[in-house]
Design a protein around this ligand. Structure first.
Ligand code: GDP
Ligand code: MG
Length: 209
């Protein structure tokens, strides 16, 4: 068992329009399974994944949301202490790309990070598999430009269905989150880390289905 000193809990919030594949990405990443059925996530919940980065035992605590307007009722406590925010859109759905600005703004408003200019975001363009790419409406160039306009957000394209690039995307998220955790004296994280670590040992998974 790692000592607590070498363990790090990183809180990751996943945001984006309903139906873009947030829950599917998390399920593929953590449980290596894909479910064709669409079940709207109710409220918010998290899944966890243990990683080893630079001799550190890292627990990614990945929070899923309903993705609908009502998510706002989750309030700032839900966002507080986040080490990284993952924004997800569907490359076949223009509206889900256009609303990224709103999700980005909403996160910064609610989480209120110490340095909003450098807070780590990651963008994921999901569902690259659909119809062999023929229904795609957002080019990677356009997505990369959006990322550049927000201060060089890393960008990954994935298929949760075919398990393409999912591990790579979340590894990128873990590195981003770790860099933020090192930079900030995150009081919320420090307060809850011990109790959450205990909780995770007893009950290793939250269900986001
Ligand atoms: P959420 O509302 O953002 O959590 O979206 P879900 O994960 O529930 O996915 C919405 C729908 O899109 C479901 O029917 C999924 O099976 C489907 N889906 C999710 N990811 C992919 C993908 O990469 N490719 C394809 N073809 N379908 C996907
Ligand atoms: Mg969902």
């Amino acid at each position: 068992m790692d000592s607590l000193k070498n363990r790090t809990l990183l809180k990751v919030i996943v945001l984006g329009d309903s139906g873009v594949g947030k829950t599917s990405l998390m399920n593929q990443y953590v449980y290596k399974r894909f479910n064709r059925q669409y079940k709207a996530t109710i409220g918010a919940d998290f899944v966890t994944k243990e990683l080893h980065i630079e001799a550190k035992s890292v627990t990614l605590q990945i929070w899923d949301t309903a993705g609908q307007e009502r998510f706002q009722s989750l309030g700032s406590a839900f966002y507080r202490g986040a080490d990284c925010c993952v924004l997800v859109y569907d490359v076949n759905n223009l509206k889900s790309f256009e609303t990224l600005n709103n999700w980005h703004m909403e996160f910064l408003k609610q989480a209120n990070p110490m340095d909003p200019e450098t807070f780590p975001f990651v963008l994921i363009g999901n569902k690259t598999d659909v119809d062999g790419g023929n229904t795609r409406v957002v080019s990677d160039k356009r997505a990369v430009e959006w990322c550049a306009s927000k201060g060089n957000i890393p960008y990954y394209e994935t298929s949760a269905k075919e398990d393409i690039n999912v591990d790579e995307a979340f590894l990128g998220v873990a590195h981003k989150a770790l860099s933020n955790e090192r930079k900030q004296d995150n009081i919320y994280f420090k307060d809850i880390s011990a109790s959450v670590t205990e909780m995770l040992e007893e009950q290793p998974r939250g269900c986001a289905c």
